[in-house]
Design a binder for this molecule. Sequence first.
Ligand SMILES: [Fe+2]
Length: 198
Amino acid sequence: MTPGTPGTPLTVSGYVFGRDCVPLSGVLPDFWQADHAGAYDMAGYTFRGHQFTGATGAFTLRTIVPGLYPGRTRHIHVKAQAPGEPVLTTQLCFPGEPRNSTDALFDPALLMNVRAAGGGRQGTFDFVLDVEGGPTDPPTDPPTDPPTDPPSGSWAPGHPYAAGDRVTYGGAGYRCLRAHTSMTGWEPPGVPALWRRA
Ligand SMILES: [Fe+2]
């Protein structure tokens, strides 16, 4: 979201759990959605972004209510991945939407709880990933040490990479898809949301 973006403010918060319902830290939820008029930013990163769950497995997305576009009910796209685990690609839906009954991709399991709050909306949703529970290893707090190496050459944890940066890992080349600080457990081959073979 950028300052002055039109639309109804929406906060979506919740937790990510494993199969045993233990909160998962270090999970990468990656969200993207249409703007208030139902258009996706296909050139930049407006209404696209990712974050990592903290020690409690919590996430908070601050955005706007996405607009409608032909053929679909109102929805937010999301990919969620625990370190080293498969990517879950799914969507979040809104209760009470007329098009929920006509959208073949709608699934009531994807409904958020949504209520009005302070001129906007507050939504909640908890993800359960098909992974073993328990605290994830390695630790999930982004490193705070300043980078000491240039963002090129071999991939290394703890470095701020920018979109377009190229690294090598395990003898293969990768291109950074979006800015992030690298972390152990999120090496390029296992994180298609952040790195692409190049
Ligand atoms: Fe969509």
